[in-house]
Design a protein around this ligand. Sequence first.
Ligand code: ADE
Ligand code: ZN
Length: 326
Amino acid sequence: MSIPFATLPKVSLHCHLTGSVLPGTVLELARKHGVPAPDGRGAHDLYDIDSHEDLDEFLRVYDLVGRVMRDADDFRRTTYESLTTLGAEHGVLYREIFVSPPSHPGVAYRTILDGVRAGMREAKADTGIDSRIIMAINREDTPAAAFDLVEQVIAHRCDEVVGIGLDYAEIHGPPGLFHEAFARAGRAGLRRTAHSESGPPGNLAILLDVLGCTRVDHGYHVVDDPDMTARCLDAGIVFTCTPVSSDIGRYSGSGNGKHEKIAAMVEAGLRVTIDSDDPPMFGTDPTNDFRILHEALGYDTEQLLAFTRTAVDGCWLDESDKAALR
Ligand code: ADE
Ligand code: ZN
């Protein structure tokens, strides 16, 4: 029996706004602001993932896209497209979207926040998709810049922003550097997650012990360490896995289409959710990531729906709002 991948309900906990910008939108925004089309290439070439050697190269493209997002309407539009074209149209009921103010140099935090919130409201009115924001620290920036970002989040506190994240290349920004920013966020009642994809594996302990994370983005190394696996099982840590982006990106030590780490995490009973990370940039979308896991690992409808249930349980909505997703 064929599985209706596109209409299976999904809850999205690992998707970046900058990584969601559709290729045509990149070109239109570049034109609008008089920014030369990134790299002089068409956006389709820009998103040609085979041309990226590693995460660093990918992130430089990501930065180019961030630089064409300049006014509140750009943030409204790109948020709307992420939540509709790359969300509701794929059965996504709810998304916690990563927004990275440091990827938009020279743009005021308030401009970003107001634009994103407008896009969220419009998407909800048009499709019913609900959403919240996770403000993401760029770990290639200084700890002081990270702390300042958290201060901004707190100064402009609103219901839509439910937590903070930590992304960009792990190798250039060990998580422990950001302990003060994360502690400040924790004291203010913000939830915390962080990317840990390329390792080293010891970073997982820092995320839990020092940063106070209750979720880990990717986190594939967990299955290399039985003690850490047991700890995460015990603590109910939620792992937001991204099959296609991690496989194409070759950051999870796989790159062979077999998704062995995700299989091992599921087998171990860890709380795993599935998402697309930077969908157009990795040539994927929520439907495709579900389909890929079915094809590679034989996951059936029941297992795919279990990922959604885990995401509902592990999301950062209040219990009453979660109930509406069940
Ligand atoms: N920011 C957006 N996508 C990312 C990824 N795959 N790894 C680290 N930081 C990111
Ligand atoms: Zn990510």
